[in-house]
Structure formats: structure tokens, C-alpha cells
Design a protein around this ligand. Structure first.
Ligand code: PMP
Ligand code: GLU
Length: 397
């Protein structure tokens, strides 16, 4: 059957594909270490589950307003004020089916053919394809490991053309765990204002940040920045709620109204029950988050040390999120069993076949010298997985 041309512009999400493959192999009895999944391994906290159960029992199981309930919008508004110092009205907030959906809707209502959207790399696998589906062109700005994969103001300035409409920025970042100081953000903000482009800030890892660093979203850098920004966030990572599918965006009334119109013709409202759970997540006790982050930080330290101890592997210490992005390219060109590792895709296949370790090729994030490992798994699995990677790499000749 013929499918529309735009479908050939995109590929299935590589992260979700690897996760599905690892799950299928596990179900078939293989002892797989799952380093592919980008989701916390912790359970959703009980108070959040209870709120959903109460919602079901109270019959809160019908359509809600397209852009989400006032109750959840108010919880988001309170969160943005409390955590980010940002004041929004209900008409400036929309609830969507995950941050991915919010990003998709933003891109659909803002961009079209002829537009360019800047995406610093290494980038989350979905940004480029989301932009392609709008007809616009993703323009990747390649950052360097030597700069800690941080986008430099000079790189940003050099990438803007008359067609540039926006930049999608994500920190703490997936996959490299990049974060920015207030000064670094200020320097990028100056270029953004000077060049008159918009900012789509994906703050999904806001709370998963280490060593006591503060988080500042671009919009909080002043009124001018707030005016051109869309803040995207959600409950998936902070509250271990990936399956509940609740994300949100805040920005100008005009854009939020366009997104609401768009959403009314595709998904309608996000799930009623999940919205009730998200209210509890945002308004309820927050101590579980700190405990989760503390555990992630311990795992980060162990995995970074373990990877850097493998000859020829270099791994930057991530400042946030729950991924590491080591450079394994010194093993490219080597072989095992007659197969040569040409790049990150072959490396990921080799590690899955030979070491039973599932991870994502760096090429999918725009940097083929690297592989992405999610350490949202137990310490025991991390130690075992790193030992297996080490052994497999040292077998290559
Ligand atoms: N942004 C980034 C950078 C991510 O890693 C993810 C992970 N799924 C998302 C957005 C989407 O999150 P969700 O749709 O589950 O809210
Ligand atoms: N964001 C996570 C990841 O990068 C979850 C999967 C996805 O939506 O990409 O693995």
C-alpha cells in the first residue's frame, strides 16, 4: 500500500526500538542488560497512583477540556512560578499526552516549508524527525566533546540564517547530560534576542540534575526571553510516570490557542485519570524526587568511572539526566568473528549479540563516535553491564 511521502522522511524512534528489542529478547529468556530505556526504573509513587485510583472510583473517566483540566493547569502554573519564577495564565498553558506530544504540537503550529529550526547535537532522537514532519528543515549545530558538548554563542550566531525561526534546546540533555550555568545561558540568550528567533526549551530533565547545581530555564532570563520562549516539561521523568503520558507547554496565548485547536483535531484531551495523577505529582510531597536523584548520582559516578577505566574509552561526567555518552570510536575498524565494527550502529549490534547489552548507537543522536547508555537501572546491572562491555571491547582485534 502507498503511504504518504512524509512518512519516508522519518524513521521509527531508535530509543523505543532498542527498548522493544531488549524486552523481546528478555522475554525469550536471554539475560539482557537493558541500557537502552530512557525511563526511570523506580515505581510511580503510591500517592500518585492513589490519586488515579480515586479518580476512577469517582467516575472522573470522561472527556476533559481539550487543553487539560483547570485543576492541572493551575498545578502547572503553580509549579512554573515556584520552581522557575515564571508567571503564566491558564490561557498560556496546555496539557498534552507527554512532552513529546507537546513538542510535536508546537512544531506543527509554528513551522512549515522554508523554515529552519536549530538543533544542537548530540540531540534527542525525536527532534529532527518532529521537525521534518512539519515540512521545516532541522539544522543541526554540532557541539564538541572538548566544550563538554555545550552550545557556544558563536556557534549559535553562525548558524542563524534569514530562514531560522527557532532553536530547540534541552538541558540537562539527553544523551550527554549537558547543563548550562546562568552566565552561559545569558550569553546564548543575547544571541537569541539579537537574531530574533524563538526558543523551545525542553526541560523534561529539570529535576534530574547533580552536584547541587541550580536549573534555569531560558524563559526565566527576563521578559524578552519569556516572550519568545515555549517551556516544555512533563511528569514522565521526575515522577517515574512515563506510561501515564502527561506533558505540558507554556508560552504565548496565541501559540497555546493554536496548539489547543490542533490538539482538538487529533488527540482531544490527555487521559482524564492521568491528569488527576499529575495534579498529585505536582502538588503533592516532593521528597521522593530528591531520593531518586541521589541514587542516580551514585550510579552516574560508578558508570563514568567504570567506562573511563576501559582502555580507549572516554566518557564525560554528565551534569544531569540519566545517560552517559562515551566515545568508543577507538574500537572502530576492529573486528570479531569476521565482522568489522564500522561505526556506532555495528557497535550497538555487536554489544547486543556478543555481550547481551542493549544500548543506543550515538549516530542516532548525531555523533557516530559515541554510544548512549541509560543508567536508569540497578547498580548491580550497571556493574555487570560495564564489565560485559569491557570484555566485549577487549575481544575486538
Ligand atoms: N524530551 C527528551 C529530551 C526526552 O528524553 C524525552 C523522553 N521520552 C521526552 C522529551 C519525552 O518525554 P514524554 O513524552 O514521556 O513526556
Ligand atoms: N526519551 C527516552 C529515551 O531517549 C524515552 C524514549 C523516547 O521517547 O525516546 O530513551
Amino acid at each position: 500500500m502507498k503511504t504518504a511521502g512524509r512518512i519516508s522522511l522519518i524513521k521509527p524512534s531508535p530509543t523505543l526500538t532498542i527498548q522493544a528489542k531488549a524486552n523481546a529478547l528478555k522475554a525469550a529468556g536471554r539475560d539482557i542488560i537493558a541500557f537502552g530505556a530512557g525511563e526511570p526504573d523506580f515505581d510511580t509513587p503510591q500517592n500518585i497512583k492513589d490519586a488515579a485510583i480515586r479518580a476512577i472510583e469517582a467516575g472522573f473517566t470522561k472527556y476533559t477540556p481539550v487543553g487539560g483540566t483547570d485543576e492541572l493547569k493551575d498545578a502547572v502554573i503553580a509549579k512554573l512560578l515556584r520552581d522557575n519564577g515564571l508567571a503564566y495564565k491558564r490561557s498560556e498553558v496546555i496539557i498534552s499526552c507527554g512532552a513529546k506530544h507537546a513538542l510535536f504540537n508546537i512544531v506543527q503550529v509554528l513551522f512549515e516549508e522554508g523554515d529552519e529550526v536549530l538543533i544542537p547535537s548530540p540531540y534527542w532522537v525525536s527532534y529532527t524527525d518532529i521537525v521534518y514532519l512539519s515540512g521545516a528543515k532541522p539544522v543541526v549545530i554540532k557541539t564538541n566533546a572538548g566544550d563538554g558538548f555545550k552550545l557556544l554563542p558563536s556557534q549559535l550566531e553562525a548558524s542563524v540564517t534569514p530562514r531560522t525561526r527557532a532553536i530547540i534546546i534541552n538541558y540537562p540533555s539527553n544523551p550527554a547530560g549537558v547543563s548550562y550555568t546562568l552566565e552561559e545561558l545569558g550569553a546564548l540568550a543575547e544571541v537569541i534576542i539579537k537574531k530574533g528567533i524563538m526558543v523551545i526549551s525542553d526541560d523534561i530533565y529539570e529535576k534530574i540534575i547533580y552536584d547541587g547545581q541550580p536549573f534555569h530555564t531560558m524563559a526565566s532570563l527576563g521578559e524578552e526571553l519569556k516572550r519568545v520562549s515555549l517551556v516544555v516539561n512533563g511528569v514522565s521523568k521526575t515522577y517515574s510516570m512515563t506510561g501515564w503520558r502527561i506533558g505540558y507547554a507554556a508560552g504565548s496565548e496565541e501559540i497555546i490557542a493554536a496548539m489547543t485547536k490542533y490538539q482538538s483535531q487529533n488527540t482531544s484531551n490527555p487521559t482524564s485519570i492521568a491528569q488527576k495523577a499529575a495534579v498529585e505529582a505536582l502538588n503533592g510531597p516532593q521528597d521522593g524526587v530528591a531520593a531518586m536523584v541521589q541514587e542516580f548520582q551514585k550510579r552516574r559516578d560508578v558508570i563514568v568511572a567504570g567506562l573511563n577505566a576501559i582502555p580507549g574509552v572516554t566518557c564525560l561526567k554528565p551534569l544531569g539526566a540519566f545517560y552517559v555518552f562515551p566515545d568508543v570510536s577507538s574500537y572502530y575498524g576492529r573486528s570479531f568473528g569476521g565482522k568489522t565494527i564500522a561505526g556506532s550502529a555495528e557497535m550497538a549490534t555487536y554489544l547486543l549479540d556478543e555481550a547481551n547489552v542493549a544500548l543506543v548507537p550515538g549516530g542516532d543522536f548525531g555523533h557516530d563516535d559515541h554510544i548512549r547508555i541509560s543508567y536508569a537501572t540497578s547498580m548491580e546491572q550497571i556493574e555487570k553491564g560495564v564489565a560485559r562491555i569491557r570484555e566485549a571491547l577487549l575481544k575486538l582485534s
